[in-house]
Write a protein that binds this ligand. Sequence first.
Ligand SMILES: NC(=O)c1ccc[n+]([C@@H]2O[C@H](COP(=O)([O-])OP(=O)(O)OC[C@H]3O[C@@H](n4cnc5c(N)ncnc54)[C@H](O)[C@@H]3O)[C@@H](O)[C@H]2O)c1
Length: 594
Amino acid sequence: MGREFGSVGVVGLGTMGAGIVEVFARSGVAVTAVEISDTALHRGEVTMRGSLDRAVAKGKLSAADRDALLGRVTFAVGLEALHEVDLVIEAVPEHLDLKQRIFAELDRVCKPEAILATNTSSLSVTEISVATTRPNQVIGMHFFNPAPIMKLVEVVRTVVTSQDVVTDIEALCERLGKVDVTITDRAGFIANALLFGYLNQAVSMVEAKYATREDIDAAMKLGCGLPMGPLALMDLIGLDTAYEILDTMYRRGGRDRRHAPVPLIKQMVTAGLLGRKSGRGFYTYEKPGSPVVVADEATPVAADTTPASRHITKVGVVGSGTMATGIIEVFAKAGFEVVSVTRGAEKSAQVCERLKTSLNKGVVRGKLTEQDRDAAIGRVTWSATIDHLSDVDLVVEAVVEELSVKKALFASLDEICKPGVVLATTTSSLPVIECAVATERPADVIGLHFFNPAPVMGLVEVVRTIRTSDATVKTATDVCQALAKHAVVCADRSGFVVNALLFPYLNDAVKMVEASYSTADDIDYAMKLGCGYPMGPFELLDVVGLDVSLAIQRELYLELREPGFAPAPLLEHLVTAGYLGRKVGRGFRDYSKR
Ligand SMILES: NC(=O)c1ccc[n+]([C@@H]2O[C@H](COP(=O)([O-])OP(=O)(O)OC[C@H]3O[C@@H](n4cnc5c(N)ncnc54)[C@H](O)[C@@H]3O)[C@@H](O)[C@H]2O)c1
């Protein structure tokens, strides 16, 4: 018979502790919630009540259940209140010496059979455990923020944790309605080891003024389907906590520069900008603890409605692949006249067929009337020569991802197109400036990075080079608005915003499997259930294609020379072996038998 855990204690009622108390109380467990002072206790209680009241307001919890839940919680100052509990979960700030002191004290106060768990995100559970006389009863229980919502718990066993303790904590997680992934004691465990490099990199983009906070967050939400952008997530985690986690991961995790906290984080912490909990971090909130963002001096002023200097009615799209076809559809549906240029009549016929199939799907799904479909098709003219682009106002190039081909095309466009035309490339990995300097009009050249499938994805990265004019940027963002796409303006750097932040994370996941720390299945679980990602990294790699992913990662590595960006050898081997993902029936997973 395993342990019952009739009563638990939670130490620290901050961002995580308050949520953890709620998780246990919701499952009918009696909880003693402990803080360091009356003030902190009161603040924690207010946080918890706020969360419960929001759940009641949203109809997710009845008022009676809220009252019953609160009836199970005893609030107290000082660890002495925990002498009777079966399990303690510690959630105090991320400092080793503080946690060790608390564990030594818990060891003295708690009954001998009690299990002591830490919610640390990055510190060594082993080092915390040796502050007690019962390291075999010490374990990591890493909940995710917000604890009542996120399903994952990383259960961290040290080399001395008893198996029966691990088994009982796993059973408890199940009883709490959580999914556990049991792992060994390594900096950042699974989720944070994959998450924090990405968060830190996003902050460095803000620091370098590469793109705005709103644009970076919108890019990751719309481009990857993430529940929130990295900067909003930093605010939710708390910048002080994020700083400590990064710092520990840097020191414990092999001094990977990507974990060295970006200086801006420390500056913000010093200035008291801790995120939601203090009412201000990367964004400003209605009041401390509130999730409601309010405008501040960095909020973009309402979209500039002065018309673009260049009026766009006719658009040329060059190419015959998936992206070109999608882009033709997007423009035609939005009412633009489109000239499609491919390399021959046969290709044009294929693109036309695919366009019709896609539009027909829209009709079947009730998203488009037959009239709209016919009007969209009627707006497209088909050509096999770029000579027909002499009177268009904008050209979007979506040909093969080879620099020599694109450069030659831009040189030809330069000869054929009328002056003042915006020339755009939809490249996802090549420098836009290379296309720009292939022409005599680099100020008119810009990147318009659509996402696949273009008719569905709401994001376009508008990439300005060091030669792009403001008027061209304005025209491009206005066009995106007319297409009902969210334009994110960024500089001409490898990977722009989305790929630069996404692929290193995917590559890190591969390295984690390669190092035998965890499995593809557990890592996919961790990112989906712990961070709310729509797909785990291995699911996504198999969908994107391992060859494509490797090529992007190589580009990032070559441009930025960041050692941590070096492609994972396992990824290279899988590509060499022909395991390219879903498209060939096998990647990280085997799809042939499914
Ligand atoms: N914030 C996150 O998203 C997140 C997610 C998972 C895990 N964690 C981990 O959870 C732990 C807590 O982080 P947080 O973000 O909730 O921090 P926090 O700063 O929001 O809260 C910490 C709380 O601990 C209290 N405290 C400090 N010393 C204490 C003591 N001696 N006795 C009792 N209470 C004390 C503080 O008053 C404060 O309320 C850290 O180890 C962190 O790494 C954080």
